[in-house]
Ligand binder design. Sequence first.
Ligand SMILES: [Zn+2]
Ligand SMILES: [Zn+2]
Length: 221
Amino acid sequence: MKCSCCQKELIRNLTLRELFFSTSLRCYHCEKQFTKIDQKTACPGCGRGSTPKLCQDCHIWQQKLGFVLNNKSLYQYDEGFRQWIKAYKFTGDYRLRGAFVTELEQLLKIYRTYLICPLPLSKERFEQRGFNQVSGCLELTKVSFAPLLKRKELSPQSEKTRAERLLMEQPFLLAVTSEKIRNQKVLLVDDVYTTGRTLFHGAELLYKNGAETVKSLTFAR
Ligand SMILES: [Zn+2]
Ligand SMILES: [Zn+2]
């Protein structure tokens, strides 16, 4: 059996439980690579660890937009996670997508009544990378998910820089009819929660189209 993260042969002895129930196994080295966020002591708005009350950033979002995302994240965005995402997403080692499938599946169990939607990449980015890094991980879980959003093609004629535009403008369009969204609960999934801006854009659009609740889940925060 191979480590689902680094792909090296596992040299430790597996427990019976691991043999029969685990879909992802990590070697001793990779097990230490990720720092789990304890959901009991995470910000209820953005999911950052060690602050069980709504954090300052979330207060600002709450004031600005009138809602927070109730985001949950599996891991801290630390050096270990950064190394994994660098190899998986930026170097493009698709085999690494199974690194935490068991943990992801476990966390997704609380969203059984939700439509699950990975944040889409731009066409350009998708063609460069060859895969959507979030869908890659979701495909290994038993949950079904669907693209409810797609990226707008950005108009080249604007005085603002590309980076500015990305921050300000709504980057998404619905990929389905609004009937599919109306009165539904939606879970947006992304790889990293940084400022939350992109997730909030997605949530705003879904709320505009009648979604009942929009929450988010990311692999790291
Ligand atoms: Zn490993
Ligand atoms: Zn927060």
